[in-house]
Design a protein around this ligand. Structure first.
Ligand code: SIN
Length: 276
């Protein structure tokens, strides 16, 4: 059992932890899986370093924690399926890229009735002079910092999430739309969190348009405060495994015309976001 103990080093008090003591090119024991899952629930996103894994390893790792999900995005998305592995999205960006995936605060595909529970992303090639970091924010801590009156107000509201806002600026494709509570309860931890994001959320259903715009701007600015976020600096073969139900992330495109290239799998969502 001693050799199976993983090492969990928090990145900040609210979000993120690095995990050491595991080799992801090999199957994990039940104990290791349970420890990784506990760290994932506690920290919202966990990171692994120097894991030279292939597609089979990435699929095995994802299989420990859920069912893999096929992305809903089509022509308008900046990532493509990896050859032979439709559940793995190749996220390759270079001098020819017109845009990248996720360059806005968002939780993945909140436009779905049941958004993905999480993702596992590995980077293989990174820009030579740094850059291409990813920011992660805790939607628990953002909710908890609100005043009691604001929390009570938000808990009465629902919001529309529209795939077209992020995936299809030209408006040529029909993407999913969903309405979710503005404050949800995480189905595994039981903690409340703020469930609106700048990438997909278009309006608060119960408010007039100008009221909705003002409130969403306030909440998007609030989520983006540095107090409950962290910045992950990738190295080749670094892995991020995030809980899409309680975190948001933002991929920084500061490296054009250099290359950043990696692969992502997502877990199918298991329950509709709800007030709990
Ligand atoms: C994403 O939003 O899935 C992209 C994250 C990243 O590339 O850092």
């Amino acid at each position: 059992m001693g050799a199976e103990k993983i090492i969990v080093t928090p990145c900040t008090p609210h979000v993120g932890a690095e995990i050491g003591g595991v080799d992801l090119t090999k199957p994990l024991s039940d104990s290791q899986r349970a420890q990784v899952h506990d760290a994932f629930l506690k920290h919202g996103v966990v990171f692994f370093r120097e894991q030279d894994i292939g597609f089979e390893d990435q699929m095995r790792l994802a299989g420990y924690f859920g069912h893999v999900h096929i992305h809903v995005g089509g022509e308008g998305t900046a990532s493509k399926p990896a050859p032979g592995f439709p559940a793995i999205r190749a996220q390759h960006f270079d001098k020819n890229s017109k845009r990248i995936s996720g360059e806005v605060w968002h939780s993945d595909q909140s436009c779905a009735d049941i958004p993905p529970d999480g993702s596992i992303l590995i980077q293989k090639i990174l820009p030579p002079d740094g850059g291409g970091d990813t920011l992660f924010a805790s939607a628990y801590a953002a909710y908890e910092a609100l005043s009691p009156a604001m929390k009570a107000f938000l808990e009465t509201l629902t919001a529309e999430h529209d795939g077209a806002k992020l995936f299809d600026k030209a408006g040529t494709t029909v993407y999913p739309k969903a309405v979710h509570p503005v404050v949800t309860t995480h189905p595994e931890t039981g903690r409340k969190l703020l469930f609106v994001n700048a990438g997909f959320t278009t309006r608060v259903v119960e408010l007039a348009r100008d009221e909705s715009d003002a409130l969403l701007k306030h909440l998007f600015d609030h989520i983006a405060k540095p107090h409950w976020q962290m910045r992950f600096r990738w190295r080749p073969n670094s892995i991020a495994f995030w809980d899409n139900r309680c975190t948001q992330h933002f991929a920084i495109w500061d490296y054009w015309p250099n290359v950043r290239s990696g692969y992502r799998v997502q877990f199918e969502g298991t329950v509709r976001p709800s007030r709990g």
